[in-house]
Design a protein around this ligand. Sequence first.
Ligand SMILES: Cc1cc2nc3c(=O)[nH]c(=O)nc-3n(C[C@H](O)[C@H](O)[C@H](O)COP(=O)(O)OP(=O)(O)OC[C@H]3O[C@@H](n4cnc5c(N)ncnc54)[C@H](O)[C@@H]3O)c2cc1C
Length: 412
Amino acid sequence: MRPDILVIGGGVAGASIAWQLAKHGKKVLVLERDMLGSGSTGRAAGLLGQLRSSEAATSMMIESLAIVKEMESRLDTNIFVKTGSLRLATTPERQKETQQHVEFGQSLGLDINLLDRPEAQKLLPYGQFNDVLASSYCPSDGHVMPAELLDGFVRLGREEGVVFRTQTPVSEIVVRHGRVEGVQCADEFIACPIVVNAGGPWSYLLAELAGTTLQTCALGHYYLTTTDDVQHPIDRLSPAVRDYDNRIYSRPETGGLLVGIYEAEPDRYAMEDLPADFDMSGMSAARDNYSVALLMDAAQRRFPFLTDRVNFIVTHGIMTFTPNGSPLCGEIPEVEGLFHCSGFCGHGIVRSPVIGTIMADLILEGKERYDLEQVRADRYFDLEGYQSRADIIDKGVHSYAAHYGKQDPKLN
Ligand SMILES: Cc1cc2nc3c(=O)[nH]c(=O)nc-3n(C[C@H](O)[C@H](O)[C@H](O)COP(=O)(O)OP(=O)(O)OC[C@H]3O[C@@H](n4cnc5c(N)ncnc54)[C@H](O)[C@@H]3O)c2cc1C
């Protein structure tokens, strides 16, 4: 097959983009270094909160959910689990912010309300709410199951003719006179005028292959999942929780509870130092790991049943962060035909459905339906303080730490 477009990366971003491009009649080849979903996608929790900090970001999330629902009906499968979500405030500042959050959501037509403490407690009997001053509740939120979502993109993509090649690492992106000509995979050169970099945490290395700087960094992330336990039943449809002051989030998971943390000092990874056959599913963490200890401590405050006697497993993976918490989508000057799509900052699963359509519009028509100022890939081009790895990592760590936490809360 001589592709019209090459996509590097078989995670949700690459697979979603490939499907959307193929729907427009393009011949698309996806190259994956390992197995499909073997990057961040295979490690994700999939929380989906529709209300974001801007109208455009919220509309994108609502559109993402609509695409997921369309996929479910076309494939006769289940991808989204509607549980509703609670957002908690334990300080007067957060309480005010939560009220504004609800007003903003209502102004956009979203079904979202303030709850008093007994109402919240009733929805989440296994939570501890003594310190909660206010909470908001959005009943149409929930979570997306990452493996099912990826499988959906792949099946629908294949129906449109997308070819997925696994165990095919790209070792070179060939650029001549400022234009992409194709990629090299071991001894094979694949000619193609349009290449998409959907390499997740590896994306900055792929950009470097083309002589470009992409402002993403690779940061560790942890969550725990308790096992199904008759002593502590967790309703499979109980709401997700975002507890910013405690830096944690939670959702039900097959009879157990999943709790994750956005700690202030995440682990940093240099993807170039990891072995060529690095497999994210092989990452593990001991109970006495510092981040896991922080996670356990914060989780116990909100969910007191999580004593040391409760069985849980820890999931450890790598996320891709950018300096301002928004992804990098599109071309960067000086390398025509290379489109980047990375840096989802912990939201790549839930953003991937709509991102596929946005990237297809950008690549095929050079236009976009949303105001994408915040997510343009060239927004740091030549900008001082955003070119060295050290600067990019520093800023990415800051944006991860501010994701939850007290200083610079963001809507998630
Ligand atoms: C622990 C954890 C929890 C998370 N929770 C959530 C959540 O609740 N909600 C949410 O929306 N998101 C969450 N995320 C983030 C989400 O997983 C990512 O944003 C999303 O999976 C990114 O998808 P991607 O396709 O961009 O990257 P990836 O899934 O990493 O895919 C990139 C692919 O590119 C391949 N690749 C790299 N280099 C090459 C090369 N040279 N040649 C060929 N292939 C290559 C990789 O092998 C990989 O498969 C979480 C992530 C982690 C780690």
